[in-house]
Ligand binder design. Structure first.
Ligand code: WTA
Length: 678
């Protein structure tokens, strides 16, 4: 096998047939990628390998020989105020504890130690605003602002253990807010800016947040959307929120409630700028992040300090092969998702990296804005999601082609399975065939990357996340008996605790056990994804096995969407399913029955219901397709059979309908759906 090369096809074992023609793909390029799709794997390019931190596969064996010693070694990359006594306490599974007796502080590790080592002037973030503004924020500046905001929080009576909500756009202050919380041991609860104020309220209620940090307005595609007003309309119902800190993100004013609300710029102007980082217990909660599960109520994933930071630092360093002195790293996610937590904030700062932070989306002010930014800051590493890559493919290779992307040396993908065609396009058009691609599989729950190539070691197969990282143990097991499968498809499980794992679901211990550890016992973590192992033992993650759907890498629960639709006064019942979608991976399709005699609500009501879902959850959750139904297929006990609805939506032959209370319902729906399609 040679440099960056093409290893000939044996049986490729691809997880997904990638039949979808990508419209607008230039024909020469299309032909070339077509030929490449015959290639099974690509070796690490020689040049990359020669400079890589890890290029010897013996790291896998070393970790396997003594996993606990391995993790201890990774934990040593952090600065501990007090060293741990016990690496892993597994006396009460599935409640595992790591680095017991150890004490450390997340914000100290992200900031102080770099400043103390004389690296305060290093840029932590090259921030770029939607309007073209630029701000270089150094480690020293973050260090200063974090201490001030931590003091403001303290002045407002917030102390270790109190939850603080954060609802902010992609501005440097979001990092300041998270680290100020971490500095005083107040777990942060970040809500993605695309969620509606209604969702913010719910998440503040569930976590009994004492404070919320937000903005007056958020800039979105050239407009300034009011944030504080809609928050005000709802937050009054959440008695625990005693303080709202408002960042003046645009020149506009905002309504302020005396006694409760304070302006960020005013508060930090008059506060002491020194706030020593509190050494906290390794198991002290660092953050809660709500994510979708099988029911309408989101799950509060709880991560703690020592283990999470160990995992975030370790994976950032080795999966992205980072060289803090020369790399400019860009994770183009939003801080509001776990990817942003681990790979925009904690992982990069722990490693002392310089990152790019972009306020906006991929298509505003122009569809080549990402490439302009990558060129401008000479990004060396880019980490994004397949849905973005597919959009770029549609927009054409000319747009990235207008920019000098030769600084890039490594590309990453996350959030959903990447189809081989998008992988090949990414490699060729963005990576100039010289950048290894790391397709990283993980979840909010796992805290950090779990299955991924190591770029200086692994020969990568387009579409496969390849192998569990050193220290991680994963298997694919038979759905029926839980026995490991050597080759073939089954359920993905993690068979050994790892430091960054979630510790529980916030205030829902039973649900934690049920969701992840009931099916195969308290020592086997059920991921919730189906996967396939090929003959070489490489993993191909296929997708969710539960009612969680993945739209553009946004994780949503069908139950959550159904409950939002049903809360509309004219709706009687709704069933939401995920439908395959060329652009977004999956799209939401909702079947809706109305109150009263009519079953057809017409276009206006359709728009109204979609908007209603937007208001309840967030715009990204609006069903792409809405179908009026006179009735829904139900079993005799009244359970909606989503499987049959999925058959209809995918245009498959409808499965067994004999258990239905009223089989005629299906005929009606099939006709309707066929009609819609036409
Ligand atoms: C999916 C995002 C295939 C998977 C970090 C998982 C992936 C869910 C990949 C977690 C990948 C994430 N290949 N599928 N590389 N990465 N997924 O919690 O279904 O938002 O369970 O975390 O995304 O989504 P979450």
């Amino acid at each position: 096998m040679t440099d960056g090369t093409a290893n000939e096809t044996r049986d490729s074992g691809a997880a997904s047939e990638d039949g979808s023609a990508i419209e607008g793909l230039e024909s020469d390029l299309a032909r070339e990628l077509e030929q490449q799709s015959e290639i099974e794997s690509f070796d690490p390019p020689e040049q990359f390998k020669a400079a890589a931190i890890w290029s010897d596969p013996s790291v896998y064996e070393e970790a396997e020989r003594d996993p606990l010693a391995w993790w201890e070694c990774q934990a040593e990359a952090l600065d501990w105020a007090q060293r741990w006594e016990t690496v892993l306490d597994d006396s009460n599974p599935p409640f595992y504890k790591w680095f017991l007796g150890g004490r450390l502080n997340a914000s100290y590790n992200c900031l102080d130690r770099h400043v103390e080592a004389g690296r305060g002037d290093r840029v932590a973030y090259h921030w770029r605003g939607e309007g073209g503004e630029e701000r270089d924020v150094t480690y020293a500046e973050l260090h200063c602002d974090v201490q001030k905001l931590a003091n403001v929080l303290k002045d407002r009576g917030i102390s270790a253990g109190d939850v603080v909500g954060i609802y902010l756009p992609m501005i440097p202050e979001v990092v300041v807010a998270m680290l100020a919380c971490a500095r005083i041991g107040a777990p942060h609860n970040v809500v993605f800016g695309g969620f509606s104020p209604e969702s913010v309220k719910e998440r503040m209620e569930f976590s009994e947040a004492k404070a919320l940090i937000t903005v007056n307005r958020a800039r979105r595609k050239g407009k300034a959307a009011p944030i504080k007003e809609p928050i005000d309309d709802l937050i009054g119902d959440v008695p625990s929120v005693e303080t709202i800190i408002v960042i003046r993100n645009t020149d506009d004013d905002a309504p302020m409630t005396e006694g409760r609300d304070i302006w960020y710029h005013e508060a930090i102007a008059s506060v002491d700028d020194e706030c020593p980082a509190e050494p906290l217990d390794a198991e002290h909660p660092l953050f809660i992040l709500y994510t979708s599960g099988s029911t309408a109520k989101p799950k509060g994933i709880l991560h703690t300090t020592g283990g999470y930071l160990t995992g975030a630092a370790y994976t950032t360093k080795h999966v992205f092969d980072v060289k803090p002195d020369s790399d400019t790293y860009w994770c183009a996610a939003d801080v509001g998702w776990v990817t942003g937590h681990s790979y925009i904030v904690y992982g990069p700062l722990l490693n002392g990296l310089t990152s790019v932070m972009w306020e906006g989306g991929p298509d505003y002010p122009s569809k080549d804005i990402w490439w302009e930014i990558a060129e401008r800051y000479k990004a060396t590493i880019l980490y994004t999601a397949p849905t973005a890559i597919r959009a770029f493919m549609k927009w054409g290779a000319d747009l990235p082609g207008k920019h000098d992307l030769s600084s890039l040396r490594l590309l990453g993908s996350v959030g959903e399975p990447i189809n081989p065609k998008a992988w090949l396009w990414y490699r060729k058009v963005i990576g100039g065939e010289r950048c290894p691609i790391v397709d990283t599989w993980w979840q909010t729950e796992t805290g950090h990357i779990m299955i991924s190539p190591l770029p200086g070691i692994t020969s990568t197969k387009p579409g496969s996340a390849m192998r569990p990282l050193p220290g991680i143990a994963a298997e694919v097991v038979d759905e029926r008996d839980g026995k490991p499968i050597e080759e073939g498809q089954g359920l993905l499980v993690l068979t050994r605790p790892w430091p960054g794992m979630l510790r529980t679901l916030y205030r829902e211990e039973e649900r934690f056990k049920e969701t992840y550890f009931e099916r195969f016992g308290s020592e086997t973590y059920l991921v919730g994804d189906a996967a396939r192992l090929d003959k070489d033992g490489d993993f191909w993650v296929i997708g969710r096995i539960d009612d969680v759907i993945n739209v553009s890498g946004h994780r949503m629960s069908t139950a959550e969407i159904e409950s939002a639709i049903v809360s509309h006064p004219r709706v009687a019942e709704a069933a939401a399913i995920g439908q395959n979608d060329e652009d977004t991976g999956q799209a939401v399709c909702a079947f809706v029955t109305l109150e009263g005699a009519t079953s057809d609500g017409g276009d206006e009501l359709m728009t109204e219901i979609r908007e209603h879902v937007g208001t309840r959850i967030g715009k990204f959750a609006r069903p792409k397709r809405l179908v009026w139904a006179a009735d829904l297929p139900k079993t005799r006990s009244g359970k909606i059979m989503r499987r049959l609805l999925r058959d209809i939506a995918e245009g498959r032959e409808v499965g067994d309908v004999t258990t239905l209370r009223d089989p005629d319902v299906m005929k009606d729906l099939e006709q309707k759906f066929g009609g819609e399609e036409a």
